[in-house]
Design a binder for this molecule. Structure first.
Ligand SMILES: [Zn+2]
Length: 491
C-alpha cells in the first residue's frame, strides 16, 4: 500500500467520524471502553467507510501498550501546561535547533517565546524539519487530540485546544489522555532516588511505576559531589564503603514504596559503557585522590569551601576505578533484589552529545559478568540496531527495548523490528516507550509506534511468515505482556 493511502486510512481510523469530520477532543470513546463510541458507531468501521488498514494493523491500533520508559510529568505540572503551541514540541525542539544551523554566540537558535518574531521563526524551522519522526509525532498528536493541523495559521487554535484538553479537572484529563486516548496500561517513569518523588498526588499509582537512577553518583567526579551526597543522605562519607552504604540506604528507602520495578543506568550521557573490574583497593585509591586537598593545585569553584580549599582534580581515567566499582555494587544490589537493570544505549537526546559513548557492544563483558541480572537495553541502540540484535540473541539475560526509537527514526525502526523478530525471541522485545514528559506527546509517540508496529506485522502476514493469529500474539506480547512480565505488573 502506498504511503499516502496508508496515511489516509490511518487518519480515518484515528480521528474521523462517519461523515469524515474531525471529532473534537474529548468526544472519542476510550479505546479501553470497547469499540463503540457514544453514538454506537464503531471507531474502526466509520459508518460506511471501509476498514482502515489490514486486519493486523487495526488490531495493533487498538492494542494496549506498556510504556517501558517514560519521563511523564506530574499531574500538577500537567495542570500548568501552557496554552501554547510550544507545549506540544516534545523532542522536536532538537530538530528545530538542528535546522537552524550553528548558533551565533549569545543567541538562541529559536527566539524566546516573548520575542515578536517567535511564532514566525518557530514555524519556519518547523517547516524545515516537519518530516522527521519527532515532528510528525507532534503533528499527529495535535491532529488527533486537538482536531487541528500543527501549522502557523492554527497557532492560536492549538493553544485554545490545549487549554480545553487540560480542562477544569487536570487529574481526570491526565488520565484520559494517557490511559484513555493513548491506551497505555503502565508507564515506567524515569527516575527517582527519594520516596517522596513517587507520591500518589504526583503520579497515579494505578498506572505509573518508577526506576531508581543515580547517574550522578555512578559518574562521581569531585569532592563537591561527595559533599552533596552527605547533604542528601544526611550522613558522613569518608570512604568508598560509606558511598556504597549511602547508595544502598537510598535504594532501600525507595524500594519501601513498593513502586520501584527496576534500576536504571544512563551513563552514556557522561561516559562509555566499557565497565572495568576494579578492586576495592583501586576504588579507594581513586576516592582518596578525589578527596585529597593539595594546596596550590587547582581551585574547583563548584566545591564546598571554594576559595579556601585547593584540591586535586582527577582525570576521567583516574576516576574510572571508583565509578566502575560503584556500578558493580549497584548492579549487585539489583541482582540481590531480583530487579532488572535498564540501560541507556544508543542515541543521545539534545544536540552535541558525545556519540562515541553510546555503543552497547562496550558492555558485552559486563553483561556476561552478571548472567543472573536481567538487562533491558534501550532505544534500539540506534544507530547500532543490529549490534542490539546480536546481543539480544547471544545473551539470555538481555531484553531489547524500542523506547523513543519510533520517534527518533520511524523508518529505521520498521526495518529493525522486522529484523529482530527474525532473530530474537519476540518474548524478549519491548516495542514501546514514549520517553517523553508531556502527556500529549506520549499520545503522539504511542500512535506513531502503533503505526510502525502494525506495518511490520502486516508485512510478516503478507509474506506468509505469520498467520494473523501469530501476529496478534506477537503484538500482544511485544506491546504489553512482555513489559508486564518483566516488571512484575498485572496487564
Ligand atoms: Zn529517557
Amino acid at each position: 500500500m502506498c504511503r499516502s493511502r496508508y496515511r489516509e486510512l490511518i487518519q480515518r481510523l484515528l480521528r474521523l467520524d462517519a461523515a469524515g469530520i474531525i471529532m473534537p477532543a474529548g468526544k472519542w470513546s476510550s479505546p479501553t471502553d470497547g469499540k463503540r463510541n457514544s453514538n454506537g458507531r464503531s471507531q474502526i468501521v466509520t459508518g460506511d467507510q471501509p476498514l482502515a488498514g489490514t486486519e493486523i494493523e487495526q488490531f495493533v491500533m487498538q492494542q494496549t501498550l506498556f510504556g517501558a520508559h517514560s519521563h511523564i510529568m506530574t499531574v500538577p505540572m500537567w495542570a500548568e501546561t501552557g496554552p501554547h503551541f510550544r507545549s506540544l514540541i516534545g523532542y522536536a525542539g532538537s530538530d528545530l535547533e538542528c535546522a537552524a544551523g550553528p548558533t551565533v554566540i549569545g543567541k538562541w537558535p529559536v527566539p524566546t517565546t516573548n520575542d515578536e518574531d517567535y511564532k514566525e521563526r518557530y514555524f519556519e524551522l518547523w517547516r524545515a524539519s516537519r518530516f522527521t519522526g519527532y515532528c510528525r509525532a507532534t503533528e499527529l498528536a495535535c491532529r488527533d487530540l486537538l482536531g487541528v493541523e500543527y501549522r502557523e495559521e492554527n497557532a492560536e487554535a492549538i493553544g485554545q485546544g490545549i487549554a480545553r484538553l487540560v480542562g477544569d479537572d487536570p487529574a481526570a484529563s491526565y488520565r484520559e489522555v494517557l490511559r484513555g486516548r493513548a491506551n497505555i496500561r503502565w508507564l515506567i517513569k524515569d527516575s527517582v532516588r527519594s520516596p517522596e518523588e513517587t507520591r500518589d498526588e504526583l503520579y497515579p499509582s494505578d498506572f505509573v511505576r518508577f526506576n531508581y537512577r543515580d547517574d550522578e553518583l555512578l559518574s562521581i567526579r569531585s569532592r563537591a559531589d561527595v559533599v552533596r551526597r552527605e547533604q542528601w543522605w544526611g550522613r558522613s562519607v569518608h570512604s568508598v564503603g560509606d558511598l556504597v552504604d549511602g547508595l544502598n540506604g537510598s535504594i532501600s528507602s525507595c524500594l519501601e514504596t513498593g513502586k520501584i520495578t527496576c534500576f536504571k543506568i544512563g551513563l552514556p550521557y557522561e561516559r562509555s559503557l566499557a565497565f572495568t573490574e576494579p578492586t576495592l583497593h583501586e576504588a579507594e585509591k581513586a576516592f582518596s585522590r578525589l578527596m585529597n586537598v593539595t594546596p596550590g593545585v587547582t581551585l574547583d569553584p563548584s566545591s564546598a569551601g571554594a576559595g579556601v580549599l585547593r584540591m586535586s582534580r582527577c582525570s576521567a581515567e583516574e576516576l574510572r576505578p571508583l565509578q566502575d566499582y560503584l556500578v558493580h555494587r549497584y548492579v549487585r544490589r539489583a541482582e540481590a533484589e531480583g530487579l532488572p537493570v535498564q540501560v541507556h544505549t544508543g542515541y543521545l537526546a539534545g544536540s552535541y552529545g558525545l556519540l562515541s559513548n553510546i555503543s552497547v557492544m562496550d558492555m558485552a563483558s559486563f553483561i556476561m559478568r552478571y548472567p543472573r541480572v536481567r538487562f533491558d537495553l534501550f532505544h534500539a541502540g540506534w544507530p547500532y540496531t543490529e549490534e542490539h540484535a546480536v546481543i539480544g540473541k547471544e545473551f539470555p539475560n538481555v531484553w531489547l527495548n524500542l523506547a523513543w526509537a519510533w520517534t527518533m527514526n520511524p523508518a529505521t525502526m520498521e526495518r529493525t523490528l522486522d529484523s529482530w523478530l527474525a532473530c530474537v525471541p519476540h518474548k524478549k522485545i519491548f516495542a514501546y516507550g514514549g520517553d517523553v514528559g508531556q502527556p500529549m506527546c506520549e499520545y503522539g509517540y504511542a500512535q506513531q509506534a502503533r503505526i510502525g508496529i502494525g506495518r511490520v506485522l502486516s508485512k510478516w502476514v503478507q509474506r506468509g511468515d505469520m498467520t494473523i493469529e501469530d501476529a496478534k500474539e506477537v503484538a500482544r506480547d511485544i506491546m504489553l505482556l512482555n513489559g508486564c512480565r518483566f516488571h512484575g505488573l498485572e496487564p
